[in-house]
Each structure stands twice: as C-alpha cells, then as structure tokens.
Design a protein around this ligand. Structure first.
Ligand code: FAD
Length: 381
C-alpha cells in the first residue's frame, strides 16, 4: 500500500479522535458520518486525565482546559440527607498524580472542538453506510444516497448499532439494561434563589438509582444532571424521549432538597435508554476493525464510555504506527490484545455501578497513559 486509504465510519468522539491521531502518525483518514450536521445536544461529559493526555497529543489540551469546569473533588452523597460517602481529589491532585487535568465539559462543545480540528474535505456528512463489500484487496462502502467509496482499511466507529459490527457478526440488537438516563442542561443562574452551595461535581446515590451533577463550562454558568433510574420497558424504535419534572419528582421522591431544587430548575429533560452488549468474540475481520461503542457499549456509570472510544483510537493509531498499515492483521491483533482487558473491566464496573461510591483509588483509570503503557503481545492460537 503506497498511501493507504483509511475510511472511518462514524464521526462521534471515537471516530474523530481516530482521524486526528492517525494524522499525527502520518496517515490520512476520511470520515463518513450519517448525520447531516451536528448540534449542541443537552449533555455533559467527564474528561478524565487518561483522555486529557490524548488531547495533549492531538494538540487540543489547552483549548479543553479553557472550555471545561475543573472540579476539585468528586463527591458521592447519600440521596436522602446529603451525607458524604466519598470525596475523591481531582484538581491539582489529578494533575500531579495522574499527569493531566480532570474536566467536566459540555459534550457538544467538546465534539465541536474535535470536528473543527479535522482538515476540511476529510469529513463527509449525510453518508449513512448501508452496505460493505470486502473484496480482499480492498473494501467497498455503499451509502444510502447511492454513493460509493473504496478503502484499504475501514474503522467502524459507528456506535452501539454499528453496521460494521453487524457485517462482521450478524444482526443483533443491543440489550436494553432495564435502566434509563434523564438528562438536563440549564443555566446555573436558575439555582441562585435556592440558597444552597451546589457541588462542582457530585453523584447522589440511593439503593437503586442515582443522579450525577456537574458544571459543564469553565465559567461554571451551566449545570447538568444525568440519572440512572430503573424502568422495566423501552421502545427500541426510539433513541430518546422527552421526560418531565413530574416524572423526575416521582423518581427522586425522598431525595435531599438540593436535588429537588435541581429538578425545579429545569423543565427541558430528555430520557435515554441504557444499552449494553456482551463482550464481542472479535473486534476485526479482514480489513475491518471496530472501536468504541461499536465493539464495547456500556452503561455510562463510570463516565468512561467515550474515554474508552478515544483510548481505543489512540491505541489503534499506535499499533498502525508500530506495525505499519500493510500488515493490518498484525496491527489489529496487537490493538485488540492491548485494549480488551481494560475495556472489559470498565464495562463490568460500569455495569455494577459501584465507581467512586466509596473512597476507592481511581489511579488505574485516570493514571493510564495509552502512549506509554508497555504493549502486550497477542496470544498465539
Ligand atoms: P458514538 O458517539 O455513538 O458515535 C457514533 C457515530 O457514528 C455517530 O455520530 C453516528 O451518527 C454515526 N453513525 C452511526 N451509524 C452510522 C452509519 N451507518 N453510517 C455513518 N455513520 C453512522 N462517556 C464518557 O466518557 N463520559 C461521560 O460522562 C459519559 N456520559 C454518558 C451519559 C449517558 C446518558 C450516555 C448514554 C453515555 C455516556 N457516555 C459517557 C458514553 C459515551 O456517550 C459513549 O460511550 C461514546 O459516545 C461512544 O463514542 P463512539 O464514538 O464510539 O460512538
């Protein structure tokens, strides 16, 4: 392959990170995204030091620092009385001990920053992948609009309902976990009248549900909550539905007045199903390889799903750089060998929803440096 043609399907955080990191290693990649454009959807996201080290490599660490809120601590509190269950140091402690900052940001701002870093002409919108033909010597991608693209390598970064996964492993819907997440972003001004001192980053817990709350801007003028609440059924034809303050009051009856204030403060609330898959038997086949939610979707209860997608992207770029794209089978095996254990562990802890409920040491997650970790060899079969 003189100049390998690398196609990335899906321009979510994982796909874009892959394009930017491959570029750093001297490869060019083209992104195909089904959406006609991206909008600033109402959601926040944690960006831990493990991800910030990758943003440093991409060249966006400073822009991220200026964009996000810098919480000093992660608090866990008891839902009924606000008693502190854990207090995990972040801020300067994170910079010193984990090698980068811990931020909470608006997901739309983070994504836009990444999109803006993609060279013009490398990201094609309105390209919904519908067909894949691996011809051995290359791969043909067919899109809903009738257009066709050819590539030497195809990276499936197309999320939980991945078409690439379906091509490799057959049709199988992700599993609804029996849990939903309510999400709301609102101006922090609306909280002034309640007279509480709201935490920068806090998770409120009770037996079977929780609410994670944090600022999403550097100025701390926008606040966000996201819940985990049991709900027996979900109509899988819907990606999300509108929720309401009444539903939230019912779900969090008995929670502390601070939580009731959050519910009072915002009437635009969406509700999302939490979906999972069991670990997949393979992450690549032929010239196709997957990353992120395409191959290990998880409950969001460690706030590490996108982080795992971005770490995957960085490891894949590292393996291509080490092995060369020509020997893609070896590169894919090396990539999987160096990601599967960590991604599966994060999937499991997320499923169990125990992360930072008590004063545990988060160093294995936050201290990880995808560029420095010694590589393990794939197991021989
Ligand atoms: P996605 O973000 O799903 O991107 C896939 C992209 O592929 C999309 O743009 C989609 O339009 C496109 N696509 C799909 N099919 C096609 C097709 N056929 N053709 C072309 N394009 C296609 N993670 C964190 O790290 N921190 C958090 O705080 C956090 N909070 C979360 C809160 C909630 C409620 C949820 C549900 C998730 C949360 N996550 C969090 C997890 C995170 O959102 C996902 O793990 C992450 O978005 C996965 O990234 P991805 O790039 O693999 O997939």
């Amino acid at each position: 392959m003189s100049k390998p043609r690398i196609a990335i399907v899906g321009a979510g955080l994982g796909g874009i990170a892959a394009a930017l990191l491959l570029r750093k290693e001297g490869f060019e990649a083209t992104l195909y995204e089904q959406a006609p454009a991206f909008s600033r959807l109402g959601a926040g996201i944690h960006v831990g030091p493990n991800v910030m080290k990758i943003m440093r490599r991409i060249g966006l660490e400073g822009a991220m620092e200026a964009m996000g809120s810098h919480p000093d601590f992660w608090y866990s509190r008891n839902g009924a009385d606000a008693a502190i269950l854990s207090q995990i140091p972040l801020g300067d402690f994170a910079r010193k001990h984990y090698g980068a900052s811990y931020l909470t940001v608006h997901r739309g701002d983070f994504h836009q920053l990444m999109v803006d870093a993609v060279p013009s002409g490398s990201l094609h919108y309105d390209k919904r992948l519908t067909g894949i033909e691996d011809r051995g010597r290359d791969v043909v991608l067919r899109f809903e609009d009738g257009s066709v693209a050819e590539a030497d390598i195809v990276i499936g970064a197309d999320g939980v309902n991945s078409v690439i996964r379906e091509h490799m492993l057959g049709a199988e819907a992700p599993r609804y976990t029996g849990w939903v997440a309510h999400r709301a972003v609102f101006s922090a001004d609306r909280l002034a009248k309640y007279g509480f001192k709201f935490d920068q980053c806090v998770k409120w817990w009770s037996e079977d549900r929780h609410m994670m709350v944090y600022y999403v801007t550097e100025k701390q003028d926008e606040y966000y909550y996201v819940t985990g609440v049991p709900q027996a059924e979900w109509d899988m034809s819907k990606a999300w539905v509108q929720s309401s303050q009444e539903e939230m009051r019912e779900a969090f009856a008995g929670y502390h007045p601070m939580v009731q204030a959050l519910i009072d403060a915002c009437d635009d609330i969406t509700k999302w199903p939490l979906l999972e898959r069991d670990p997949l038997p393979l992450w690549s086949r032929g010239r196709l390889v997957m990353l992120g939610d395409a191959c290990h979707p998880m409950k969001p209860h460690m706030a590490q799903g996108a982080a795992m997608a971005i770490e995957d992207a960085a490891m894949l770029a590292r393996c291509f750089s080490q092995v060369g794209v020509e020997d893609y089978e070896t590169a894919f095996a090396l990539y999987r060998a160096n990601r599967i254990e960590r991604a599966s562990r994060v999937q499991k802890v997320s499923h169990d929803n125990t992360w930072l409920r008590t004063n545990e040491d988060p160093a294995w997650v936050f201290g990880y440096d995808v560029f420095e970790v010694p590589l393990v060899e794939p197991a021989r079969v």
